[in-house]
Design a binder for this molecule. Structure first.
Ligand code: 8OZ
Length: 374
């Protein structure tokens, strides 16, 4: 039986274990730049024996328009590329691997975060019933998102180009690859789902049309940096950020069919409701994940299959025995920089403090205790 602590070839990356640090938004990048505190945080988790076999960065904006939260980082400028080098250098000095998660929030934004105070953009002008994080008097506050404007189809090639440039920038900054964020109700997911996409052009209506934007983004990123350095994150049934679709099963099996021939390093699937229940037998979260994987494999997909949401050691081992290749841990990695070591030893585990998830300084960020020096 495969164990969490066995190595795994993932596209161009050789990983020392199956343990992945999931992407985690922490709102500690003022000016949209990476910084020394972030470099410390990632380096603490990068050792392939005591930490993660692979780190996925916090979601990182591909453009100013792609920004939706206070103090999240970006990867569209030369200054941002330079700022991330301290992070990739630190991770590589520990012998670790790190990919950057590429993000456009679409409608999950606020005019105060957009270029020129403009409305955020979306497939259709439908406000998301969700909150974003803004800084009010220096304090992180959850605020309603602004009403978006619908994108003109003529704007889409420019956004695809932003993804492509972001992927090139990530490689220039020293990352081992990228993960395209197509989950959790952000721009790509907004195109996919019928609840946020009411377009009547080639990007709306049928499943094929709603998946067109995702397909174009992935094709551009793969053309730029290679499929073997590219992953994708999907969340077929999450209600996060007001995401909803009447028929997620055929929609996501179609997406899996598009991804199959792309030669991707991995596919990362959030099961159930992001950060919440993962039951999938019945009710609103019902979904056949095995069928999703079959659809991917039967389209020629050979990338590693990464699962996420609420995993602990027994559940992770069960998933590996059922054919998963990689398991991504989110909150456990916030509170346990040496999660790899703790999993090997069967614990003990620190508990993450929700009050310090978003914004702030070292508290709840770089100050969780290690079992042994990193
Ligand atoms: C929590 C807070 C802000 C953003 C996601 C990037 O859900 C996020 C996110 C999570 O994917």
């Amino acid at each position: 039986m495969t164990s969490l602590f066995e190595p795994c070839q993932v596209g161009a990356m050789h990983l020392a274990s199956r343990i992945v640090m999931a992407p985690l938004t922490r709102n500690r990048a003022p000016g949209a730049l990476a910084n020394a505190r972030m470099a410390t945080y990632y380096r603490q988790r990068a050792n392939p024996v005591t930490g993660a076999g692979l780190i996925v960065t916090e979601a990182t904006a591909i453009s100013h328009q792609g920004q939706g939260y206070a103090d999240v980082p970006g990867i569209w400028s030369e200054a941002q590329v330079a700022s991330w080098k301290q992070v990739t250098d630190g991770v590589h000095a520990e012998g670790g691997k790190i990919v950057m998660q590429l993000w456009h929030v679409g409608r999950v934004s606020h005019t105060s975060l957009q270029p020129g105070g403009a409305a955020p953009v979306a497939p259709s002008a439908i406000t998301a019933k969700t909150k974003t994080v803004l800084l009010v008097d220096g304090q992180a506050k959850f605020m309603d998102t602004s009403t978006p404007r619908a994108l003109d189809a003529r704007e889409l090639p420019g956004i695809v180009q932003d993804y492509r440039r972001a992927a090139a920038n990530a490689i220039a900054a020293g990352f081992d690859g990228v993960e395209v964020h197509a989950a959790n109700g952000y721009l790509i997911d907004q195109f996919l789902r019928s609840g946020s996409n009411q377009r009547t052009d080639a990007y709306g209506g049928t499943v094929e049309n709603r998946a067109r934007f995702l397909n174009e983004v992935m094709a551009a990123v793969v053309a730029e940096i290679g499929g073997d350095r590219t992953g994708i994150r999907l969340s077929p049934v999450t209600p996060a950020n007001d995401a909803c679709d009447e028929q997620p099963q055929p929609l996501f099996e179609h997406v899996a069919g598009l991804l199959g021939p792309m030669g991707l390093a991995y596919v990362h699937v959030i099961e159930g409701s992001t950060g919440g229940p993962r039951d999938h037998q019945q009710g609103p979260l019902a979904f056949d994940y095995a069928a999703l994987r079959r659809a991917y494999a039967s389209a020629g997909g050979q990338g590693a299959w990464m699962l996420n949401n609420g995993y602990d050691l027994p559940l992770a081992e069960q998933a590996l025995s059922q054919g998963a290749d990689l398991l991504a841990f989110g909150r456990p990695f916030i509170a346990n920089p040496d999660l790899g070591l703790r999993l090997r030893q069967g614990g003990p585990f620190n508990t993450a403090d929700r009050a310090t998830f978003y914004g702030g300084r070292d508290a709840g960020y770089t100050d969780y205790p290690h079992l042994s020096p990193p």
